[in-house]
Design a protein around this ligand. Structure first.
Ligand code: MN
Length: 708
């Protein structure tokens, strides 16, 4: 294999000579320090080949030096296995060298971990994630160089490992190189990967190519001669080369396009390199004049470049005896871009501004793509992919099954849940991030595994709107809450109205339709449900509406009516006052609060004094005998000093099925402490049982249920 980045330096002296051609002396000195540090750290370790370990990072640095990468990148290359393989922590590198170098080395190490933990996930998403996780493009370049050297020395590995690494190279590294336009490296990855993955198939194709080459020699020479002569006749200066297909690309065509070996080999391929764009089109005219072009095979990638910046004219011709001839025509610069992609910015533009950072270089590359695209008069959309990959505003997270989801920066498990499915979002109750329970408001990071825990019948919580960021999650939450509240309000409104009518020995069915519509239009409601919703939300008083409906001034005010039964399942339109925390069994009163529905207080609540001044907002309510819910209640417990009393209280309460919501030591003096405990119980009977059990504990002197 003859890659352009072949023949890495054999010793630091070789590397140093090369570095002096494009780096400042003090930069080369910094690289040398990194080399010494790495050599020291890897002391005693060897490669499978038997060479000292340092030969590997040195070779990786050599590959990057051939790309004219900056000194920090080369330092990171020399140190790239130090964190992982020798246990030197990142902050030591930061102190010894600089933060940027430490970040680069850390980035390369992190990529390695991600790969090892998730070998089974989809390759394409891996490519995306790899790019997204590396804020600095140099991390990718070091990683590519690292993999390139490992592939060049893969023969030393055991067969099993060889196959796994080759597969990963073909599925992930070659496509990444391709996205970055680094064609030379992509081809080398493919050739080495193919050989390691399918040694038999590759050697068969190799032999077949050698045999075919003999037969083809004369034809190739013939066509070359004809093309050169034609260009000379038109006074066009150009270089013409015969191109041989790479083994992997032959194999890939046979497999994916179902072509036979001879069909592929019967095609003759040439590349023509010229000085400027105009000449490209003149060459095109000349060769089309020479041989008849195959219809539909002409592609103008100069006017419409590929996403990675590739530009060229492609055409296929019928040669003599009808043999197909494929021709690529491009300028020298286009050829450089086609071979090196993003690395071209270090290779050929380094002298412009040696201080320009890697991010700037990557942006310049993007800028170039953009300009090429704009001059071609195209939409900018086409580079969106590349852009998102290099400058991520996304994070990539896994489902427990290994599927990858891309989420915007700042996304939370709630956003993730809605991204997976609206139903999952709506019934989500908790989540695990990397197998640990985490708050639903946590900010997700690339590489995390997120598991959403759902419960049937669970409903979105309005508080989610405080942190959900994706449009999908926010609009789904709002939509569901709105629907939920509306249907709950309508239900409650109907119950309130029916109850009032019943106290007059009337029912909704008895109300004449014209009477109903008169009330609706007078009150400005579009339909009956809207009116019921208004009652349920507390915007209308049920007895006022009832009086209107039966045109009777005799309708009694709420307090004389049969109480409304509270079931505990009314949802958003019936809430329980936080001041007094009523539980089933407590005598209660409903307060109709405009826009919020009914708030339930205990009759003895301190706030009732004030609320009773507006009796029309109060209504009699009572607990439904079949309430099946848990309610919070707060206890204040005086204890004598006992070791571990908080734990004793908690386990005692839990033993009688009360859930602890909060427990805290609020006061303490020499003899006594006060503990505040918020727990959930079913009703007063349950609470009595809890208190009774607590009293049996040693050291407890007093238990009071607190109502503010
Ligand atoms: Mn390595």
């Amino acid at each position: 294999m003859n890659g352009p980045f072949d023949a890495p330096s054999q010793s630091f002296d070789d590397l140093s000579i090369q570095l002096h051609t494009y780096l400042e002396p003090e930069q080369v000195e910094a690289v040398h320090r990194a080399y010494c540090f790495a050599e020291n750290a890897h002391e005693g370790q060897t490669r499978r080949s038997g060479e000292p370990y340092i030969s590997h990072p040195l070779a990786v640095a050599g590959i990057l030096a051939n790309m004219h990468m900056d000194h920090q990148c080369l330092m990171a290359a020399l140190l790239h296995d130090v964190i992982e393989d020798t246990g030197v922590p990142k902050h030591i590198l930061g102190r010894e060298f600089d933060e940027e170098v430490a970040e680069l080395v850390d980035g390369v190490s992190k990529l390695k971990n991600i790969f090892q933990s998730r070998a089974e996930a989809q390759a394409e998403n891996f490519q995306k994630m790899t790019l997204a996780m590396s804020r600095d493009i140099r991390v990718i370049l070091v990683k590519l160089a690292d993999r390139l050297h490992n592939m060049r020395t893969i023969s030393y590995l055991p067969a099993e490992k060889r196959k796994r690494i080759a597969k990963e190279t073909l599925e992930i590294y070659a496509p990444i190189a391709s996205r970055l336009g680094m064609n030379d490296i992509r081809i080398e990855f493919e050739e080495l990967g193919f050989r390691a993955m399918h040694p038999l198939r590759s050697s068969m194709i190799e032999k077949a190519v050698k045999r075919a080459r003999g037969n083809r020699k004369e034809v190739v020479a013939n066509i070359l001669e004809t093309i050169r002569a034609a260009l000379e006749r038109d006074n066009i200066e150009a270089e013409v080369f015969g191109r041989e297909k790479h083994l992997y690309s032959i194999y890939d065509k046979m497999r994916t396009k179902h072509k036979s070996f001879s069909e592929i080999m019967d095609v003759y391929a040439f590349r023509i390199i010229v000085d400027d764009v105009d000449t490209c089109y003149r060459v095109l005219g000349a060769v089309h004049n020479l041989y008849k072009p195959v219809a539909g095979r002409f592609k103008d990638y100069i006017a419409i470049p590929k996403a990675n910046g590739y530009q060229s004219l492609h055409t296929t011709l019928f040669g003599m005896h009808g043999i197909p001839i494929e021709i690529q025509i491009r300028t020298r610069i286009m050829d450089m871009v086609a071979n090196n992609g993003i690395a071209g910015h270090w290779l050929y533009k380094a002298s412009d501004d040696s201080a320009s950072g890697s991010h700037k270089r990557a942006r310049e590359w993007m800028q170039d793509l953009l300009e090429i695209q704009q001059s071609a008069g195209n939409s900018l959309e086409f580079i969106e992919n590349v852009k998102i990959d290099l400058f991520p505003d996304e994070v990539y997270v896994f489902t427990p099954r290994g599927d990858i989801y891309d989420m915007p920066q700042g996304a939370t498990p709630i956003d993730f849940a809605y991204a997976v499915h609206t139903d999952i979002g709506n019934t989500c109750v908790a989540c695990r991030i990397d197998r640990r329970l985490a708050p639903l408001s946590a900010t997700l990071e690339s590489g995390q595994t997120v598991e959403i825990i759902t419960a049937p019948g669970a409903q979105p919580n309005p508080a989610w709107l405080g942190f959900a960021v994706t449009g999908k999650a926010r609009s789904s939450i709002r939509h569901t809450l709105k629907n939920q509240q509306r249907s709950e309000s309508i239900n409650l409104g109907r119950r309130l109205l029916e109850r009032t009518l019943k106290s007059q020995n009337q029912s909704l069915e008895d109300i004449p339709a014209d009477r109903l519509s008169a009330v609706l239009s007078e009150r400005n409601y579009s339909d009956f449900n809207a009116l019921l919703e208004g009652i349920g939300l507390g915007n209308q008083m049920a007895y006022v509406i009832a009086r209107q409906l039966i045109s009777d001034d005799e309708v009694e005010t709420p307090d004389k009516q049969k109480p409304l039964a509270i079931k505990g399942t009314e949802g958003l339109v019936v809430t329980y006052a936080r001041c007094c925390k009523p539980i089933p069994g407590d005598p209660i009163i409903g307060h109709i609060s405009a826009g919020r529905g009914i708030v339930i207080h205990t009759e003895t609540c301190r706030n009732m004094t004030e609320l009773r001044e507006k009796p029309e907002e109060l209504m009699t309510v009572q607990w439904d005998p079949k309430v099946n819910q848990e309610f919070s209640v707060e206890l204040r417990i005086n204890v004598e000093h006992e070791k571990g009393i908080v734990a004793v209280l908690a386990s005692t309460a839990t033993a009688v099925d009360a859930n602890i919501e909060r427990i805290s030591l609020v006061e303490k003096d020499a003899r006594l402490s006060t503990v505040n405990m918020v727990l959930t119980v079913k009703d007063r009977v349950h609470l009595a049982r809890v208190i009774k059990r607590l009293r049996t504990q040693k050291g407890i002197t007093r238990i009071v249920r607190t109502k503010n």
